[in-house]
Design a protein around this ligand. Sequence first.
Ligand code: NAP
Length: 307
Amino acid sequence: MEHIYDVIIIGGGPGGYTAALYTARAGLDMLLLEKLSAGGQMALTSQIDNYPGFENGVDGFELAEKMQAGAERFGAKTELAEVYSVKLEGKIKEIDTSEGVFYGKTVVISTGASPRELGLEKEQQLVGRGVNYCAACDGMFYRGKTVVVVGGGNSAAADAMLLSRICEKVIIVHRRDTLRATKIYHEPLMQAENVEFCWDSVLTELQYDDKFTGVRLKNVKTGEETDLPCDGVFISVGRKPVTEFLAGQLELDQAGYILADESTRTNLAGVFAVGDVRTKVLRQVVTAVADGAMASHYIDEYLAEQM
Ligand code: NAP
């Protein structure tokens, strides 16, 4: 007989580890599946200021380790495994992974979102050779150099702030004439001596010979094209939800996020979506952890109904 868990959690970000903490602490037989290490996108953020309880902010990787350890204190188990596919419709859900098939009465999907690409020619081949998606991970390779940051949201602004402390020059390229990022970023960026803005512009080309040499820009208002030499580009234009492995088994919105409200319940009974992967207004660590707690509440309710 195969072992059937009460709860299988897919993804070890803040939402996943909060669901792990709550369900393990409630005495449920649970397993969390994680591909690499705890934290998800949060672990790539060097300074998190808007998660309460840390008066000086906290490193995302450190917070992830604390979340995992906090769940393990109550017996939460983690298996390092990549999920290939799932069967979610029956009463017993099947999760096919690199480490074999796991079975659960309920499933929590907390796979988060990964960086969105621009879709430029050779973008994928140049990753790590001039093209980057994570300033906290790869910024140090551009010490004393000139980099372009693409995007105008909170991630682009936070990346530009971080890079301005490492690089000689940071040029923010944004397709509008103002940042979408929250106001707290505007002034420090405007005042930083080594940060420049290139408004109303998009990248049309990544330039390289034997190494990365720069980008070609197009002004969206005038149509004018210019070359901008630089040592690297950090693409920070939002995220796309990690839902491919669901293969159409759950209802998604147009952008691919799992349709679920604050209850975290999806269209399938016993399947819950928490954190950045579900439809929501504000994607933050605090809202992801709130989801993890809500999921455990509705898991309890669902399991009680099944008895
Ligand atoms: P975001 O808020 O969706 O911003 C994406 C930015 O990229 C926008 O400025 C958008 O331009 C631009 N963009 C999108 N597609 C583009 C394309 N093809 N070419 C050029 N530009 C493009 O995404 P995010 O900044 O990654 O943030 C994701 C979520 O995490 C948000 O909810 C954010 O608030 C949260 N976050 C919060 C913090 C914080 O609170 N400190 C830090 C990081 C992330 P338009 O403005 O024209 O749409």
